[in-house]
Ligand binder design. Structure first.
Ligand code: FAD
Length: 596
């Protein structure tokens, strides 16, 4: 729209800001919760700078109303936006980004700032934040402070703090605001302890709908996962191996769930009971107490931090992330619960933005890899109120797995291939991956173990013509989606193992077993050795190439080899070859499914 003002809708964020005397709105584009968490911290801190703030989900707002924000004196819109995959916005920011892309709204008078959440291992680093920052300026808005870029591959918390440290003074200068001398912390949620709450009204791990697990109803999705029985859970490594990799099959019969080869399976995990109990002990709390945490801000669309009412045990087991390294604002609030002044000082220092504070956080939290349980163990005088801790910890996220089966061969089952995460930290503790260590114990016993899952669609697809040749590069668990692809191609033969596919001629196989032999062979070596064959497929037969697995090194190396092949075999300059590969990319003949 180009009109000067629009009529506020029922859920108008402008109306909300006005009626509650606020002037700061922080929008988030979040997939895993980090951008939302950062947005919450900024909105909360606003009060110190006389900018009462609120967090808003762009999906739930009419973003065209941004043109009216200037009517509120000293108003500021901040955007915390994550970039995903091939430079994509998060699902909840999709519509907003499309609106900006296509729109020509007049945003004169709008004051804004952007902080991006990205990962440098990926090509399209922070593309969404950079686009929004640039486009808002182009539409006439005033950039109050430069766009911040957070790198999840390094230390995104540090990037955020460093940006924030300069952002607030810039805001104060811009609006001519004198900040309050003291930082003060306010609780966002109010605790109610329930007595005699009927069991059927208490959440037990459901994601959104009460009793959703007792009373399963399709359609199944992120808010309503399907409790899938485990059909098979097989170890793929030999008995002498120190590593563990699982082939798991889930039964989706009767769920009406559909999937395609190349899609991802999302799994909602459960935290380890021993860790949960330790938190209960350290906080001296009754884990079976039924509680509710309710937002003190009645205008907020987020009424509770997680489904309430539930017991503390349920919150710590199903809803809260207790194994990642906590962020600095959590340490700052924990400091208040230390009876020993030295402990308090230590936590405050680590949460500060001084160079020593940051270095200490980097060493004690990041490098020595302490989670909340380790912190409470190593700072014995810190005994936080458990409800406050539950308010501070981020939400436990689902994990994704490349589906390794084809629906053509297995219409009622979904297979995944998952490596068990287990490692020793510098403090001598054994850390176990939440999901993989939990899945390891899920067996097709009688009754079979149940796992909450849903399917997430992907762009990773075989060419529609089954005769188009393809190259697949998938070291380690990167093999997973290719198993599905091969099944697709060989559906008639109903065969499962790679060697049989080779025998049947479906597949020309070059195997690189880098771990199992002294003379290590990597996929990149094999690609180097087979340049003619690669060029035959992609250059002569218009075939496809797929790469799956490690984003950090492998995907980049493969890209470089491909560049070499095109230059050498296609007689092109480096520039022409790069162009050729870009074109393959846009024609979806060069697809990647990579993670770090
Ligand atoms: P978490 O509890 O999440 O712990 C993992 C974290 O522990 C890591 O992020 C890292 O911070 C830390 N960590 C791990 N090892 C070490 C170490 N040695 N030292 C220090 N810190 C360490 N995984 C598969 O196995 N198969 C797949 O097919 C697959 N497909 C994926 C597809 C996509 C699109 C994505 C995004 C991820 C995929 N993954 C896959 C990864 C998977 O989602 C999980 O991240 C993985 O299984 C670990 O989950 P977890 O809950 O067991 O571990």
């Amino acid at each position: 729209t180009t009109s000067a003002s629009i009529t506020p809708a029922e859920n108008s964020f402008i109306k909300k800001l006005k009626t509650s005397g606020r002037s700061l709105v922080v929008f988030y584009g979040s997939q895993t919760g980090t951008a939302e968490e950062f947005a919450g911290r900024l909105a909360k801190e606003g009060i110190r700078y006389k900018l009462k703030g609120m967090v808003a989900d762009p999906e739930e707002c009419d973003m065209e109303e941004l043109i009216n924000l200037k009517d509120i004196p000293n108003s500021l819109a901040v955007f915390c936006l994550a970039t995903y995959g091939e430079g994509d916005p998060t699902d909840n920011a999709m519509e907003f980004v499309d609106w900006l892309k296509n729109g020509d709204a007049d945003l004169n008078g709008l004051n804004y700032a952007v902080f991006g959440l990205g990962n440098k291992t990926y090509e399209h680093y922070n593309e969404i934040a950079l686009f929004v920052d640039h486009k808002l300026e182009q539409l006439g808005a005033n950039r109050v402070y430069e766009c911040g870029l957070g790198d999840d591959d390094a230390n995104i918390e540090d990037d955020f703090l460093t940006w924030k440290e300069k952002f607030w003074p810039a805001v104060c200068e811009y609006f001519n605001i004198e900040p309050a001398a003291e930082e003060f912390s306010v609780r966002q949620y109010k605790l109610t302890e329930h007595v005699n709450m009927p069991a059927e009204k208490v959440f037990r791990g459901e994601i959104a709908r009460l009793n959703a697990f007792q009373n399963q109803r399709p359609p199944f999705d992120a808010k309503n996962p399907f409790l899938a029985p485990v059909l098979v859970n097989r170890e793929l490594h030999g008995p002498s191996s120190t590593r563990s990799c699982m082939h798991i099959e889930f039964d989706i019969n009767g769920s009406k769930m559909r999937y395609d080869a190349g899609d991802h399976l999302a799994v909602y995990p459960t935290n380890n009971a021993e860790l949960v109990n330790k938190i209960g002990e350290k906080c001296q709390a009754d884990l079976d107490q039924v509680i509710s945490l309710e937002n003190t801000d009645e205008e907020s669309t987020k009424k509770n931090p997680f489904p309430c009412p539930c017991t503390y045990r349920t919150a710590l087991t199903h809803y809260l992330d207790i194994t990642n390294n906590p962020r600095t604002h959590v340490l700052k609030e924990l400091a208040e619960y230390c009876s020993d002044p030295a402990d308090k000082e230590k936590l405050l220092k680590m949460s500060s933005t001084t160079p020593e504070g940051k270095a200490m956080f980097q060493q004690w939290i990041t490098h020595e890899n302490r989670n909340i349980v380790h912190i409470l163990e190593d700072i014995p005088s810190c005994k936080p109120a458990l409800d406050h801790l539950c308010e501070l910890l981020p939400r436990l996220q689902c994990r994704y797995y490349s589906i390794s089966s084809s629906p053509k061969l297995h219409p009622t089952a979904i297979h995944i291939t998952a490596v068990v995460v287990e490692y020793k930290t510098p403090t001598g503790r054994i850390n176990r991956g939440v999901t993989t260590s939990w899945l390891k114990e899920k067996h097709p016993s009688d009754p079979p173990a149940l796992v909450p899952i849903f399917v997430r669609k992907s762009q990773f697809r075989l060419p529609s013509r089954t005769t188009t040749p393809v190259i697949m590069v998938g070291p380690g668990t990167g093999i997973a989606p290719f198993r599905a692809f091969i099944q697709e191609r060989d559906v008639a033969k109903r065969e499962e193992e790679l060697q049989q596919y080779v025998d049947s001629g479906t597949l020309i196989l070059h195997t690189a077993f880098s771990r199992e032999q002294a003379n290590k062979v990597y996929v990149t070596h094999l690609l180097e050795q087979n340049k003619d064959e690669i060029w035959d497929v992609i250059g002569k037969k218009n075939g496809h190439i797929y790469v799956c697995g490690d984003a950090r090194n492998m995907a980049r190396d493969v890209h470089n080899i491909l560049l070499k092949v095109v230059m050498e075999k296609g007689n092109m300059s480096e520039l022409q070859a790069a162009d050729y590969i870009k074109k393959m990319d846009s024609q979806k003949r060069y697809s990647t499914d990579v993670w770090s």
